[in-house]
Design a protein around this ligand. Structure first.
Ligand SMILES: Cc1ncc(COP(=O)(O)O)c(C=O)c1O
Length: 390
């Protein structure tokens, strides 16, 4: 038999899935995979059920049903402060991941370079690799993960075409400030670069922080694709609905790619999220209060257990330094060993830090914990951690 494509050789089973399998075999609570187990809001479920019962099941417009694009346009103007003027600037896709893939296929050719900040979200890096895009990494460091603009500038070459920003960020919860985004705008305009922003955690910012979309900064809109979705905000990771917002000169060609790769996002489910976007602000206020309480519970437990991390500014993960455990316990030589020991000693799944760095050695001192869990399960997980290590 002939060989498979070279690109399949770039992919392997992720550490995240490996820990999920171990947790299933061993028993315990999985704080590894970023899957929120809270229910999808009832109005969304009811509207989707009505669309299914009403046989609204055929292909939709390739960029999404008009009603949903209108709702997203409104949200993008009111919440993100993006200068959206019509629904041609909105493209609904198969999750934000689908929108991200379409954005890359629209902007980038093999051999182009993209700047990626590390620690990074693994899918960003792997999708760039899959398409043969060169990634230039800009490293940020614990505990604050601040951007060093001198390092960023020196990473830009003649082949650099885009910068990828994820705010609030997975895996560390870093939230870009307006001042940082303005500095980024100066650089992007000065060096004529596109900016791709992944803002899927835009409703999860803590301690009174406000989300700032890069595309809302003066002078940024024309060169920016803003990507978000419903997986995290409405607890519906399996529905596969996300979207991109940007100027029509970028969205029109991106729509052609979306049409080719996905045809459209699932039609009846698109009708469901229209109802989600019409829910009032109480929904977001109470979701945020719950996540903030969960963040504090998680960080307190990690601290008592002897792990170190600043409280995340946003999203729902903590990237914690576990290395102090080495002095008191065997089995914490590196991040993979530590992730296994955590399952065995505390019945807790966490992700090995190397998943978020180009060089595994840079992630060897970290474990990532996801606190998007129902309160009783998170409380149980926290007491298991404290009982095992405090
Ligand atoms: C930063 C980031 N972007 C995108 C996604 C995936 O989003 P979607 O379900 O909309 O494809 C995730 C999921 O963990 C994520 O952490």
């Amino acid at each position: 038999m002939k060989d498979l494509s070279n690109r399949t050789g770039l992919l392997s089973q992720s550490d995240i899935r490996a820990i999920s399998i171990l947790i299933r075999e061993h028993g315990g609570i999985n704080l590894g995979q970023g899957i929120c187990d809270m229910p999808t809001p009832d109005p969304i479920k009811e509207a989707a059920k009505a669309a299914i019962d009403g046989d609204r099941s055929i292909y939709s417009h390739f960029a999404g049903i008009e009603n949903l694009r209108e709702q997203i346009a409104m949200k993008a103007r009111d919440f993100n402060r993006l200068p959206v003027s019509n629904t041609g600037e909105i493209m609904v896709s198969a999750g934000s991941t689908g929108a991200f893939m379409c954005a890359m296929l629209t902007l980038l050719d093999k051999g182009d370079e993209v700047i990626l900040f590390e620690p990074f979200y693994g899918y960003h890096r792997n999708m760039l690799d899959l398409l043969g895009i060169e990634t230039r990494f800009v490293t940020t460091s614990a505990p604050d993960w601040e951007i060093d603009f001198a390092v960023l500038e020196s990473a830009i070459t003649d082949r650099t075409k885009a910068i990828l920003v994820n705010t609030p960020g997975n895996p560390h919860g870093k939230v870009w400030t307006r001042a940082e985004l303005e500095q980024l705008r100066d650089l992007a305009v000065g060096r004529d670069l596109f900016v791709l922003t992944d803002e899927i955690y835009e409703h999860m910012l803590y301690d009174g922080r406000q989300h700032v979309s890069f595309g809302s900064i003066d002078g940024a809109w024309e060169r920016t694709i803003t990507i978000s979705g419903f997986s995290k905000t409405f607890n519906m990771t399996g529905w596969r609905l996300g979207y991109a917002v940007g100027p029509e000169h970028l969205m029109a060609p991106m729509g052609l790619i979306n049409d080719l790769v996905y045809i459209c996002a699932p039609t009846p489910l698109q009708h469901g999220v229209v109802a989600g976007l019409q829910m009032d602000s109480d929904y977001y206020v109470s979701m945020l209060a719950d996540y903030e309480a969960k963040r504090d519970m998680m960080c307190d437990a990690l601290g008592q257990a002897g792990l170190r991390a600043n409280r995340p500014q946003g999203a729902y993960y903590v990237l914690a330094d576990y290395t102090a455990l080495r002095q008191r316990f065997d089995g914490f030589g590196d991040d993979q060993e530590a992730a296994h020991s955590l399952v065995k000693l505390a019945g807790i799944g966490a992700v090995a830090g190397r998943s978020f760095f180009r060089d595994p050695a840079d992630g060897a001192g970290f474990l990532r914990f996801c606190y998007a869990k129902k309160f009783p399960e998170l409380e149980q997980a926290c007491s298991q951690l404290v009982d095992a290590f405090a």
